[in-house]
Design a protein around this ligand. Structure first.
Ligand code: PMP
Length: 354
């Protein structure tokens, strides 16, 4: 602490990301990264981009990437915003769409970065309880809120709501901005992108970190009507003109264009998830229905903390949240088939020993 700290910095509780151990080699199932490498075409594009042009600033508009995304999602380039990871875009949403005194609302169990952004930007927030089966109660958001932030599928539960339900939410809350964080949507959930043309209160945020295997490059995007995108542009251009570097723009464009590779790796992860879920159920685990690249699981005879520690000891990292209501759950990222085999083998040993 220094006497020069602002009140905001003094009072804020920053988000704590999952462990990224640099020492020991773990089977890393704790931060929802993709177990497969980026598309070979992406690696090739990165190689080509590394050269003397790196002395030049990148295109501040990242037009190449916006056009590729617009083509993929059948929207206009002016309806697309890109940023340095979806975390950056979610952060920009707070000053772009809310005033001090406004209230933003989200479920109490969701991505734990949301309250941190609210604190940082001085926007009030109110949370609503999940149903007892961990589904989101879409009717529970307070009437007086100015905006709703919904992770769909939700994290860390992995549970998704359908497109019809999102549409009803948009209609019932036509005077509120609804931001849908679709970080995990490509693993079997329904995207709300097709609703953008009909609802001016919908903004969708997605990432290249999960389904496109590019967490290390930091790329995210948002889709919404032009006026919402302009608000994000205004914030970005008042903060940093060049949030995406040359390598990231080129690589992300190739990732969007390689549709086959994208379908192949997301399909593989979904298959491994379903197989792993079945095996964990047969070991007595309670496994929530996941539409993501992770499983949220608990066991009656072993606490979340015990399971986390035993796995870490055995070289497998998973995520445990020390939070009331989910303290007995583990969030396990879907890895390769071999990695999940090792996980199930360890877990079956622990279960048999109690
Ligand atoms: N939203 C959710 C729900 C997430 O779990 C994550 C990953 N931690 C993000 C957004 C941010 O992803 P990124 O910044 O890597 O795009």
């Amino acid at each position: 602490m220094s006497r020069f700290w602002s009140d905001t910095v003094r009072n804020i509780l920053p988000y704590v990301p999952g462990e990224q151990p640099q020492d020991k080699k773990y089977i890393k199932l704790n931060t929802n990264e993709n177990p497969y490498p980026p598309s070979p075409k992406v690696i090739e594009a990165i190689r080509k981009e590394i050269g003397s042009d790196l002395r030049l600033y990148p295109d501040p508009e990242a037009s190449l990437l916006k056009e590729a995304l617009a083509g993929f999602y059948r929207v206009k380039p002016g309806e697309v915003f890109v940023g340095n990871g979806s975390d950056e875009i979610l952060a920009f949403c707070f000053p772009a769409f809310f005033n001090p005194g406004d209230v933003i609302t989200f479920p109490d169990i969701t991505y734990s970065f949301y309250p941190v952004y609210a604190e940082l930007f001085g926007i009030r927030y109110e949370t609503t309880a999940l149903n007892s089966d961990f589904t989101v109660d879409l009717g529970s958001f307070p009437e007086h809120a100015d905006g709703i932030l919904l992770a769909n599928p939700n994290a860390p539960t992995g549970i998704a709501v359908g497109l019809n339900e999102i549409e009803v939410l948009l209609q019932r809350n036509s005077n509120k901005l609804v931001i849908v964080d679709e970080a995990y949507v490509d693993f079997g959930a329904e995207s709300a992108v097709p609703l953008v043309k009909d609802y001016d209160n919908l903004l969708i945020v997605q990432t290249f970190s999960k389904s496109r295997a590019l967490a290390g490059l930091r790329i995210g995007f948002a889709i919404g009507n032009r006026d919402l995108i302009e608000a994000l542009d205004r914030v970005k251009n008042s903060f940093n003109s060049y949030t995406l570097d040359r390598v990231a723009i080129r690589a992300a464009t190739e990732a969007v264009n390689d549709k086959e590779y994208f379908a192949e790796i997301t399909g593989r992860i979904i298959k491994t998830r379903e197989e792993t879920a079945k095996r964990l159920v047969s070991l007595g685990f309670n496994v929530l229905p996941s539409r993501t690249n992770f499983l949220f699981v608990s066991h009656d005879r072993l606490s979340g903390m015990e399971l986390y520690s035993m796995l870490k000891n055995d070289g497998i990292l998973v995520r445990h949240f020390n939070r009331k209501g989910i303290e007995n759950y583990l969030r396990i990222t879907i890895g390769t088939e071999e990695e999940m085999e090792a996980l199930v083998e360890r877990l079956s040993c622990y279960v048999k020993s109690v």
